[in-house]
Design a protein around this ligand. Structure first.
Ligand code: HEM
Length: 472
């Protein structure tokens, strides 16, 4: 069989026909790849179990992992189920995925089949200086590790999810300490009145994704002429060492628990609004918050429209910043411009990851109600998750060289644009400047919008192929 070409997108429905050698290879690849990588699993409830292995009981651990290989749906199973859900509403049921950290491979004596990559091998705890992350002493204990593996369970029915998780806990308990559950996180998706997914600050999230399935690219109703989200498979997949097939692939996976101080953030939006009003004589209203994110709460990109547009079915994503070279419509520091400058000259789309995050934490208020007093200050946030083929070139580059870098995007030391107001670290330091009037100069005097997202722990993992698990 010729070598599988990762430098392209694929059509899974065409592969199903297996009409030629290339399609047959794609089908085999999809049957051995974990789900959730090429396309999100889409369930509203998740449980994340963080595990540590007893190196002295590695045979027992491996037997458990072999069993996991049978429980996890392949990418092909997942795509088929999603299609059935869409077309006839058939419940997709439980989704399962499993990830190993470098320390996990080592504990099992699997050094020879460990994926390479400096960041992966080091683990997130060793990269705090690179990322300006808080000291691991301040992280949630169960995430400070040593974390050897994470199991992801997802279901649309919370009760069914808990029952499945309990069965798994019993199975793990019966291994007499070979595997210890360090702790767990629970994700719970949130939606706004338009039924679009939102994060805790109230903004539509998960809209802009790099796409590698032809079916998803074709479904971009708004077109892809201004912003083409197409990426080759090689941006997300790498060969899976220890997999059974020539077409066994896996993906590097970043997990970060990011706590959100919603009250602080929403209050700061109001302070920014008052400042812009004072300096310009105009009340920017909701545009103040939109300057920080780059989109209005309902997803309207401010690059496209200075006012919040009524949302049709699809949140717009076919835009770029070419007509805004000085950041007077969408500030350079705005979260979506920092993390995806949509700039061909620096090949910025090669940095994109397949983001699969979900919100966590309970709250009873409406995130979009415009009130401040009822907003949570802690206990809620984002379980940031992302697949990629290089942690250094994608996640770490985005966080360090873009979000945390006050001089990106315009490298003008006399007027740094400031850090990303949503995820830039550390807090303070170099403030941002915001447009006083949409589309025309000058910019405001500096204003520090930072410190409302706190990293509570996480790690770097690999999502191996299914045959890797089954062969252990
Ligand atoms: C609590 C933390 C975070 C919040 C509240 C947040 C919020 C958002 C929102 C509201 C959007 C716009 C919706 C969309 O285009 O999907 C977005 C997009 C995005 N975020 Fe985040 N985010 C967070 C963490 C991160 C992190 C840690 C990274 C990477 C280091 C990241 C990278 C991105 C990227 C690449 C996009 C897409 C930009 C585009 O293509 O236009 N985000 N985020």
């Amino acid at each position: 069989m010729p070598q599988f070409n990762l430098g392209r997108t694929i059509s899974w429905t065409r592969a199903l026909k297996a009409a030629n050698e290339e399609d047959a290879a794609t089908l085999a690849m999809l049957s051995d790849l974990q789900g959730n990588i090429l396309k999100g699993h889409g369930r509203d409830n998740t449980l994340h179990l963080f595990l540590t292995f007893d190196a002295g009981a590695s045979e027992k651990v491996k037997a458990f992992l072999r069993g996991m290989g049978d429980k996890m749906p392949s990418a092909l199973d997942q795509l088929t189920k999603t299609q059935l859900f869409k077309s006839v509403g058939q419940d997709s049921g439980l989704f399962v995925a499993m990830f190993l950290s470098s320390q996990g491979y080592q504990a099992l004596g699997l050094n020879e089949v460990q994926p390479t990559g400096a960041a992966f091998r080091a683990g997130m705890k060793q990269r705090t200086a690179t990322l300006n992350d808080p000291d691991p002493g301040q992280w949630d204990k169960h995430l400070a590790g040593p974390v050897h593996a994470m199991i992801l369970l997802a279901h649309d029915d919370q009760g069914a999810l808990e029952a499945d998780a309990q069965a798994l806990r019993v199975e793990l308990g019966a291994l007499n300490g070979a595997i210890t559950i360090l702790g767990q996180e629970a994700g719970l998706a949130r939606r706004n009145k338009d039924k679009h997914g939102i994060e805790h600050f109230g903004y539509v999230d998960g809209r802009s994704q790099p796409l590698m399935l032809d079916e998803e690219i074709e479904a971009e109703a708004g077109g892809i002429d201004k912003w083409d989200p197409t990426i080759p498979l090689s941006q997300i997949l790498v060969p899976c060492p220890g997999g059974a097939l020539d077409v066994s692939f896996g993906s590097f996976f970043v997990f970060r628990k990011l706590e959100q101080n919603v009250k602080g953030f929403k209050t700061q939006e109001q302070t920014l609004r008052a400042k812009l009003k004072e300096e310009s004589g105009n009340d920017p209203d909701e545009l103040a918050g939109a300057f920080v994110v780059g989109r209005y709460e309902n997803g309207t990109p401010i690059e496209v429209s200075p006012v919040e547009q009524q949302m049709t079915q699809d949140v717009p994503n076919n835009f770029n910043f070419d007509a805004d070279p000085t950041g007077l419509r969408c500030p350079f520091a705005a979260h979506i411009r920092k993390t995806n400058p949509r700039d061909k000259s620096i090949r910025s789309n090669s940095r994109l990851m397949a983001r699969r995050g979900i919100t966590y934490g309970e709250r009873n208020d409406d995130p979009n109600d415009g009130q401040l007093d009822n907003k949570p200050q802690k206990g809620v946030g984002l379980l940031f998750m992302a697949y990629q083929s290089s942690i250094e070139n994608q996640f770490e580059f985005t966080q360090q060289s873009w979000a945390n870098n006050a001089n990106f995007h315009f490298n003008s030391p006399s007027q740094p644009v400031g850090i990303d107001p949503v995820i830039g670290q550390p807090q303070g330091g170099v403030p941002q400047r915001y447009p006083l009037h949409y589309g025309v100069g000058p910019l405001s005097t500096p204003f520090d919008f930072s410190g409302f997202v706190t990293m509570k722990g996480g790690d770097y993992f690999f999502a191996p192929s299914l045959s890797f698990f089954k062969r252990l």
